[in-house]
Design a protein around this ligand. Sequence first.
Ligand code: S3P
Length: 424
Amino acid sequence: MSLTFQAGPLRGDVRVAGDKSISHRALMLALLAPGTSTIERPNRGGDVLATRDAVVALGARIDDSDDTMRVTGGTLHDPPATIDARNSGTTTRLLMGLCAGHGLNARFDGDASLRRRPMERVARPLRALGAEVETNHGRLPAMVRGVDRPPGGEFALEVASAQVKSAILLANLRARRPVRVTGDRWSRDHTERMLRHFGRSITFDGKTLELEPGALSAQRVRVPADLSGAAFFIAAATMTPGSDLVLREVGVNPTRTGFIDALRAMGADIAFERERDLDGEPVADIRVRYRPLRATRLDGVLVVRAIDEVTILAVAAAHAEGTTEIRDAADLRGKESDRLTTIAQTLRACGVTVVEYPDGLDITGGGARPPRRTLKTFSDHRIAMAVAVLAAPTGPHPIDDGECIAISFPDFPALWQTAQQTRF
Ligand code: S3P
């Protein structure tokens, strides 16, 4: 289904969809914890629904009503059929870890995009703890034969990936000895926070993550609004004259706010209000007003802390003054699409000069114009929503596939129209 995003400022008050990363983790720990956990306002995109169906296949009972998932866990069994993770890397990698360390045998598969993504990065550490993991030349489908009481011990991450780190932690929840993970400082730490919330002892001294043996207990989890969903609204409001927008109860975990830091370095007017804690995660209301942007450089740790927002920053760069350099971002080639190439093609179709490197982009600012043809989304939800941002100052921008947005943010088109007071 095609969709055309319009030009127009964003105003008013919005609560975006629940945090996707936190929703996945809440479902998985609720599966493992004896008793009934409640997950309030979870993300309801296709990825989280894939995890919901998978945890049911692994033994959870779920009552889903009134925007709350009530999950009764504590009893696990092998899934009766292949786990279909659909488009979701987080579902696949984290559940491969969970199965590997809880004596479960499971086969994993997904859609064409997920079948292209690398799985050895998670398979290797799981084999190291004794599980058998077979991949299809490093990709899905994959088969996991788990061990029941892994030995624990030391793990060094080969990539700064929260998914790999989380797979290792979930695989070691029943370890006989403490588990230490090194090699990463800045990938998102939602698994660690959620484990603490469910009663586990886990520490991080800036270098080494240490998980003690222990048990999980069922909890109530209130899910913050997703900063990665809010990011489209924040960038568009920053770039579009006349905008003044408040985003409610957004997760502002420092491992996720690289996008805000980068936009502020570009000159954006973004304020955090009413900063508070929500079940172990920092949240704030975020107020954004229009202000012209200038170019920046995005590399190193900032890329890790903005990993899912680099495409939006590329759009902001197209409207900034000067040339923005993005580097150290090669991992974006292994996301739902090769996001360095797909965002470069999208920007070029709107008249923007982009130079592509193996690990980044140079983007010359000065504005984008409406495209002459319908833009491709490459079935990537974040590319589709990035086009809405591109259109806000200069639309209309048509896309070929509005449906892929439902992977992370089914209500996005409706909320965008409300904030913009436009119709697509
Ligand atoms: C995620 C981690 C990130 C991110 C993905 C969600 C998570 O991937 O890109 O959208 O929930 O753990 P990596 O940590 O593998 O880079």
